[in-house]
Design a protein. Structure first.
Lengths: 261, 480
């Protein structure tokens, strides 16, 4: 199966990426290639650079890429603004979704969806048509309509915030979704809802990168590849069994790999 | 709701009201003295009591000192270097709009305020003021059928002298403050509204103030009287051309509400603010005050202040009548080197009076934006209540925001509640919106309109949309 997939072009290619913030090096040569239909998991200790990698792919202004490149659909995107990356189909699910007081969730979702639709040369949706679309997507994450009239993420519980992220993913229909610890802070029921949402949204054309500490999300969504990160590098790559082994042996086990390299 | 594309278009535009109308004007010589005041009064064929009112105000003004407590630090105004009367030349008596100079009609057309019969706004009556004089007032006959008087104040002096004599200067006395005294001495025109007993004004009334000359000040005076059980919603808009000199605007607005009457007064102020280096712009020193004279009367101010180099303005309510209500909803946005010192005074005199203050200040660039407000409970204001909420939003790290709430209570059986907050648009919030495909400036304007929502909800529909656009426009290039 994996061989046939590789006959198509990769969605995302991260090549020997070095990045720093405030002159502090965080990524020290990360390479990662994602093909359509693939699910990748990235695991590793806190501070190993997982979240930084996801933010850099999304275009966060606080980080400087000092070497290497990020290609999306074959194009170098190093100089693109975050909004341009989003419009072209890169989605970052935030570990800590940001609260935006005063801005209604519905309006936010609509403006965001229309920005993506405009890029795709699709007709932009007015309030009424958007209501229809969003109603359908709410089902996927089992969210109540009332969430739409509240301010973006304001006063949402941890689980509600994460479901709101998946709702955004469902509306934006990205080509690649990077989900940064989407499973953290979720109880088992919420985890199942989120996982089933992700599965329903993804298809043979999309790529997914799951950043996680835990096996339990990977029980719900089985990855094709598992990467272990430490100190700004991917130190080991394997299949889904690597995650199971990691769960058993802990990160201490991976410390040996660092020593080897 | 913000129409996204509209905002994007607007964001790219510079100050679009900065044009000058090339029209022959009648100006009197520069300077201020008794003769000038007599000349203004004579030109307007005023009765003696009004000339006396002006001269008395002038004497008071001469003895007063220009206030500096707001610490606005503007350059000294030379009051002898201002022209106090400037009017476009036209026929002596104009009986219909057809006789108004087409250039003037065109000017207001360009400002989005069409005045001619075919094009006039359908649901709003407009009084258009150009420099020192009122040009035209629409829908007068229709309003007259309901007994509503809506005309220029000069006309009211001629035709409704009894009302002017009875009420002018009763809310803002001539000696109230430096700029009110100056206005009382030299005011040239403005709007007059009278709503008779029991009448709900059938449409919104509005005044549009246009300063065209660079060297003349605008000193308009507005008087609104709402008789028992009547109600009216009044809108006010202002623009001016771009000059590299500062133009003085010192207006006085007086509102009077009798038993069970209600007046809603909304302003969108977009005077020219000066350029990025702070050159030019209007000095806006305005005294606005309403008197809730009657029982259960209500006066509600809402304002969106985006223009002027300097704004000094405190629309206030004197709550005399039992159970009367005062409201103040304000959005003040400053950018570049603008300075705004604005707020309100709620003076609770009668028992069971209520007031609400919601103020949202947004400072960007190197601007200074201050809320200054007074809540006073008098000895007889038993069971009275005030609620104040003052929020500030900072954009960038060079702007400043201040809150100066003054509270004076002489009545233990009353409640005063004050909440204040300051926030800054964070990089994380911007990144979050951007990472959802929303462009930088649109992200800012979304957050700003979100911040202002409580106030925008109080504005009449057409104003709310305009206010939203205006804020987006003003914030162009303010960040990053």
């Amino acid at each position: 199966m994996q061989n046939t997939m590789k006959e198509s072009d990769p969605i995302l290619e991260v090549q020997n990426l070095f990045a720093s913030t405030d002159n502090l090096p965080i990524l020290k040569g990360v390479s990662l290639t994602v093909y359509p239909g693939e699910i990748h998991a990235i695991m590793g200790r806190n501070g190993c650079g997982k979240s930084t990698l996801s933010k850099i792919i999304a275009g966060h202004p606080s980080y400087n890429v000092t070497n290497g490149e990020i290609k999306f659909s074959g194009e170098n995107i190093n100089s693109l603004e975050p909004e341009e990356r989003s419009q072209s189909g890169i989605f970052l699910g935030f570990q800590y979704p940001i609260e935006i007081p005063g801005v209604s969730n519905l309006e936010f979702l609509r403006v965001s969806t229309n920005a993506r639709r405009k890029f795709l040369n699709k007709e932009e949706l007015d309030t009424f048509d958007f209501e229809e679309l969003v109603k359908e997507k709410l089902e996927l994450v089992k969210m109540d309509h009332a969430f739409l009239s509240r301010s973006v993420n304001q006063g949402f519980s941890g689980g509600e915030k994460k479901r709101n992220e998946i709702l955004q993913m469902a509306l934006l229909e990205p080509k690649i979704a990077i989900l940064d610890e989407t499973d953290s802070g979720l109880d088992i029921d919420a985890l199942r809802i989120v996982a089933s949402g992700i599965k329903k949204i993804s298809n043979a054309q999309t790529g997914i990168i799951l950043i996680t500490h835990y096996q339990r999300l990977l029980d719900e969504i089985e990855p094709n590849y598992v990467h272990v990160m430490a100190d700004g590098q991917i130190i080991k790559t394997g299949g889904s069994d690597l995650a199971l082994e990691l769960e058993k042996k802990g990160y201490e086990w991976t410390d040996n790999f660092v020593k080897e390299t | 709701m913000v129409e996204e594309n509209l905002v994007k278009d607007v964001v790219k535009e510079p100050y679009k009201y900065g044009f000058v109308t090339d029209i022959e004007t009648e100006k009197i010589e520069k300077g201020l003295n008794e003769d000038i005041i007599r000349l203004i009064s004579h030109k307007k064929e005023e009765p003696k009591y009004l000339l006396d009112f002006r001269l008395k105000a002038f004497k008071k003004w001469q003895k007063m000192e220009e206030p500096d407590w707001a610490g606005l630090g503007y350059k000294q105004i030379d009051y002898q270097d201002i022209i106090y009367y400037s009017a476009p030349k036209q026929k002596e008596k104009i009986s219909s709009l057809d006789e108004v100079d087409p250039k003037l009609l065109e000017t207001f057309d360009k400002l989005g305020i069409p005045l001619t019969e075919q094009k006039k706004l359908t649901n709003v009556a407009v009084d258009a003021v150009f420099d020192s004089v009122s040009i035209a007032t629409t829908f007068r006959e229709e309003l007259a059928e309901h007994g509503v008087i809506f005309c220029s104040i000069s006309e009211a002096v001629k035709n409704h002298s009894d009302l002017i004599e009875k009420y002018l200067g009763t809310v803002v006395p001539a000696s109230d403050n430096y700029f009110a005294a100056l206005n009382s001495a030299v005011f040239s025109d403005g709007s007059f509204v009278y709503i008779p007993k029991g009448v709900t004004c059938p449409m919104d009334l509005s005044s549009y103030f246009r300063i065209n000359s660079g060297d003349s000040g605008q000193f308009e005076r507005t008087l609104i009287i709402a008789e028992e059980s009547s109600s009216v919603s009044y809108l006010e808009g202002c623009t001016a051309p771009m000059f590299d000199t500062n133009t003085l605007h010192a207006a006085v607005v007086e509102l009077i509400a009798l038993d069970d009457a209600s007046i809603k007064y909304s302003t969108v102020q977009n005077w020219y603010a000066g350029d990025e280096e702070g050159v030019g712009g209007i000095f806006n020193f305005v005294t606005k005050r309403g008197k809730c004279l009657g029982k259960r009367s209500k006066i509600s101010w809402s304002q969106v202040e985006t223009g002027s180099a300097i704004t000094w303005k405190y629309p206030s309510c004197i709550l005399l009548g039992e159970e009367s209500i005062g409201e103040f909803y304000s959005v003040a946005l400053t950018n570049n080197l603008q300075k705004a010192d604005t707020g309100t005074k709620m003076i609770h005199i009668g028992p069971k009076t209520k007031s609400t203050i919601v103020s949202k200040g947004i400072s960007a660039g190197n601007s200074i934006n201050s809320y200054r407000g007074l809540v006073k409970m008098g000895t007889k204001a038993t069971g009275s209540r005030n609620y104040s909420q003052c929020d500030s939003m900072l954009i960038g790290d060079q702007a400043s925001a201040n809150t100066f709430p003054y509270i004076k209570s002489q009545q233990p059986n009353s409640e005063i509640e004050h909440e204040a907050s300051t926030c800054r648009i964070s990089e994380d919030q911007l990144f979050y919106l951007q990472s959802r495909g929303i462009e930088f400036e649109e992200a800012i304007s979304m957050m700003v309109s979100g911040f202002c929502r409580d106030v925008f909800n109080q504005l009449p529909m057409e104003f709310a949309a305009e206010a939203d656009k205006l804020l987006a426009l003003k914030l162009e290039g303010s960040v990053g």
